[in-house]
Design a binder for this molecule. Sequence first.
Ligand code: BGC
Ligand code: CA
Length: 292
Amino acid sequence: MLIPEVLIRQECLLGEGPVWDASSNCLYWVNILPGDIHRLCITTNEHTVFNVNQMVGAVVLRKGGGLVAAMQHGFYYIDFDNKTLQFITDPEEALPGNRFNDGKCDEAGRFWAGTMPFSENEPAGNLYMLDTNLSVSLKVPHVTISNGLAWTADNTTMYYIDTPTRHIVAYDFDVQTGGIANRNIAVDVSHEKGYPDGMTIDSNNMLWVAYYGGWQVVQYNPVTGEALQRIHFPVANITCCTFGGPTLGDMYITTARKELPANELALQPLAGSVFVIKNIGSTGLPTNMFKG
Ligand code: BGC
Ligand code: CA
């Protein structure tokens, strides 16, 4: 049985978006609501937090150094070491009821990130792609809570989660153009406890899905729809997972405290911490970086 350990005890209201940086052996993640970007360097144990003064949905590594973030008010370059930001563009300037949520880069170095309304209950969000020339295209409209993104190792399929639909959908993916087509439901997870949130893929193209309110991460074969493994956590709101560590054989998992009443928090003192499962038995794919 796989047992998660606490990597770092934290009280993140909405810990999300773990990203492994192999060049420095550091893990980044965000605490969306207060606008904190965290970095924990695994070899030195050095923990640094940069508050960006607005909600931050996701960060990705930038090939040229630093990070790129999808935030409440659009896309920004982030110089984490010098704690500065530079605005890129905001496709939703006219939609103040939305903020960016989860995001990730594809193999060609484009940044895919989606938005959600603060209400979390109407399909007012969208999935966008920030290209390497800094142009933005709308890829999927009418999304309620834009979450998990993953691409197969051969880049022919993209998986995506709009949380309240409780479906993991697949698109044919064209890595040359960033085109997606032929949407279909790969895994119907409506019978699972909790809501599918962040997701990652392993080198055998199996998906690992974090369940908000579900106390678990579940591994699926997206071709057959079969659940392969379940990992139980001592906290309810599991938000996202990624592979990391020296051989990409460890899994890092973020969690959240928001909306937990005091009696629940007393039972889940580790809510908001980041967990690790060392040598999980699968390996991840190298982290894609933004090439713009
Ligand atoms: C969002 C949260 C939401 C959660 C569960 C997260 O990605 O950031 O606001 O509550 O998904 O649906
Ligand atoms: Ca999420």
